[in-house]
Design a protein. Sequence first.
Length: 476
Amino acid sequence: MRNRPRLKRDGAKPKTGIVHFGPGAFFRAFNAVYTHEAIENAGGDWGIIAVSLRSTAARDQLLPQGGVYTSVTRTQSGTKHEIIGPIADVKVAAEDPFAVLDAMTDPSVKIVSLTITEKGYCHEPATGRLNLDHPDVIHDLAHADSPQSAIGFIVSALARRRKADFPGFTVLSCDNLPSNGQLVRELVLEFARIIDGQLAEWIEQNASFPATMVDRITPATTDQDIETLGFEAGYYDPACVAHEAFRQWVIEDNFVGGRPAWETAGAQFVTSVGAHETMKLRCLNGTHSALAYLGYLAGYETISECVADRHFASLCEKLWHNEIIPTLQQPHGEDLGAYCDGLLQRYRDPTVRHRTWQIAMDGSQKLPQRILGTITDNLAKGFVPPGLCLVVAGWMRYIGGHDESGGAIDVRDPLAGRIKDICEGASDTVNALLTLEEVFPQELADSSEFQHAVAAAYRRLVTLGARASVAEFIKD
Ligand code: CS2
């Protein structure tokens, strides 16, 4: 496939107004596409300097082709290619942190956006506080001028802007975290207060942190995607990204230095994102994680294969109707029942090969906002939700590292080491894992109804297996 000519930018690079951390598949399928269309529709100097903290992959893929790449929309009725232009430069922070800080200090940059995944925030998922034991946080607090973490870069760049008497910028979190704007604001201010209280006050007055709800199912790009695009389009584009057609972006309209006209590309600007965000995290990401753990254990490679098994489709439906929707407020303009029906249609699309293993990654960072908050809300109403407790048990079984035929699972999780130690020494895996205070809030871990429901589900998983456990749950 490398014999094909490489995709190349045709024309000039855009002038930049955004620095974006996390130039992976989701950013390319989502933020950059919205920005591309906003620039086409309404203009503006909103080109993007994309930054990866350590990995050189995005830089090596994108720079040889002038920053452009192909967004490939796959549906059962066909494929659409679009060349996406806003990425003007790609930097690797670990190679040259000062180049990244220089870019972020330039007053032409009005927005610093983030798709760094849950673990990129260096926080404790159960409390939302900065993890002061995180090696990058320890490093950045000691060397605030040459940071390694995204939070460290934001604080350091804002300190430089304050010193230079430049305006602040908008920090736009686009990760699947609850109240992501408020969360990143608290983390930035907590970090800033430790190094300089006056800087923290300046940030409060000069930066903004709008919350966002982001949604587009985007599997990691595979060699097969690159090859297929090569056949279809006749060029080589290792930076391409394939994704579903659906997309939804709900954003709090609170930008200190302006923004692209993303509404011309379909983004919804609202005064509060909360209800949308909780709906999406609990309905979509919650059932995604359910299918990831239980589906992987049952031997399914992708989400569409998994929901083609009617037991797993019913699992989603029962979770939505009995355990998730009753905890939600209906967001303005949405119908929760129709929203969930739409999710099942999206999951069923076989052209989007989303691996259960990919979604299962980093579960310790995902479980609180996807599953545990919903369980807590149910418990508060006196109901112990059996399906969600089965999902927690599924996660515990999965991170034990062995599938149902005894094969090793490649568990990827920032807490993997700690989890392994806990499991190895324990006679009671469930109780041992419930002591992980980074994941389980104290009150939940102490609930005897929750403990019993998870322990019973875990025993069923071990004795019956995941598919039979799901079958038993849906028939109750
Ligand atoms: C998925 C999400 O990998 C995961 O954890 O649940 O990436 C999901 O596909 C997106 O949030 C959809 O918008």
